[in-house]
Write a protein that binds this ligand. Structure first.
Ligand SMILES: Nc1nc(=O)c2c([nH]1)NC[C@@H]1CN(c3ccc(C(=O)N[C@@H](CCC(=O)O)C(=O)O)cc3)C=[N+]21
Length: 285
């Protein structure tokens, strides 16, 4: 079996180019999409992510409004800022970079964001919409997983889709999206028994456990499609996924690398969500 690489960086670029065209069309209608990005504290990883999001905005033609608040900011002050942005006509999307400092209640902060501007798709309104098949804003990483499959011509309908990990930000929403695409979905987690047996049946594997190289090629069914959402450091400090990439060669039919797989898609889908939110709020298409 010749294993094909799913090039997330390339597919993300295609999506950003599509969103750039959409932003140009909006501009002709006098609409300027705007994204507010809020970063609290000085987590160095968060700073890199936030600067990448701003760069993508610039590329696509979305105006970004950046708020860098000190760690000591009170929850009340943050809620106040979100409230102001909820009512700001120039802002169509609000992203509060996670994790937040420990003295803040993340759920409370997320719930303060208007569901219409919740471009992360984290608000319970949008999560609920997804679970009953309504057309809300879908969380970026899970949406990126589906987009990678579709643009790599992977059929989801009727296939055995095995998701490893049940987090609110990846595993759970990915499972809902795969179900929406008519996949047969199994969610595995730390208490799952016979994971190996379940993996043996999987046509599509989505790995989101957060353990470096947790899944090995010999555990896969021949021809499985592997989407690796993991972001870990290996023993040499190198970025790696939840899947042992090398051992999947010759066994998987298609696989995403880390880096260069799901990561860039997260940002591309954020751009997509910003454009969608803008159209919704401005009443244009
Ligand atoms: N409110 C909120 N929304 C988020 O979407 C959010 C967040 N908080 N907190 C942190 C995580 C993480 N995240 C990533 C985005 C892009 C890459 C990415 O582009 N990765 C590249 C490069 C990785 C590198 O070289 O460091 C890759 O995988 O190829 C990774 C991770 C968004 N997150």
């Amino acid at each position: 079996m010749n294993t094909q690489l799913i090039d997330g960086k390339q597919i993300a670029l295609e999506i950003k180019d599509e969103q750039k065209k959409a932003a140009e069309a909006l501009s002709l209608k006098g609409v300027q999409p705007g994204l507010a990005v809020i970063l609290v504290g000085d987590n160095s990883a968060s700073k890199v992510y936030v600067s990448n999001k701003k760069k993508a905005c610039e590329y696509v033609g979305i105006k970004s409004f950046s708020y860098e608040l000190p760690t000591e900011t009170s929850e009340e002050e943050l809620l106040e800022l979100i409230h102001t942005l909820n009512h700001d006509k120039c802002v169509h999307g609000i992203l509060v970079q996670l994790p937040l400092p420990k003295h803040m209640d993340e759920q409370k902060v997320i719930m303060a964001i208007s569901p219409l501007k919740d471009v992360d798709g984290f608000h319970p309104y949008n999560v609920g919409a997804l679970s009953i098949g309504l057309n809300g804003l879908v969380s970026c990483t899970p949406a990126g997983v589906i987009e990678l499959l579709k643009r790599s011509n992977v059929t989801i309908q009727g296939k055995n889709c095995v998701i490893i990990g049940r987090s609110n930000i990846v595993g759970k929403p990915v499972s809902l999206l795969l179900l929406r695409e008519h996949g047969t979905v199994t969610i595995c987690h730390s208490k799952t028994q016979n994971l190996e047996l379940i993996l043996q049946q999987a046509d599509i594997v989505v790995a989101a456990v957060g353990i470096a190289k947790f899944i090995k090629g010999h555990q896969l069914k021949e021809g499985a499609v592997v989407i690796d959402v993991g972001m870990n450091r290996d023993e040499n400090g190198k970025l790696c996924g939840d899947v042992d990439f090398d051992s999947c060669q010759g066994i998987a039919s298609q696989i995403t690398p880390v880096p260069g797989g799901v990561g860039p898609m997260t940002i591309a889908m954020l751009m997509h969500n910003c454009i969608r939110a803008t159209k919704n709020q401005e009443g244009v298409n």
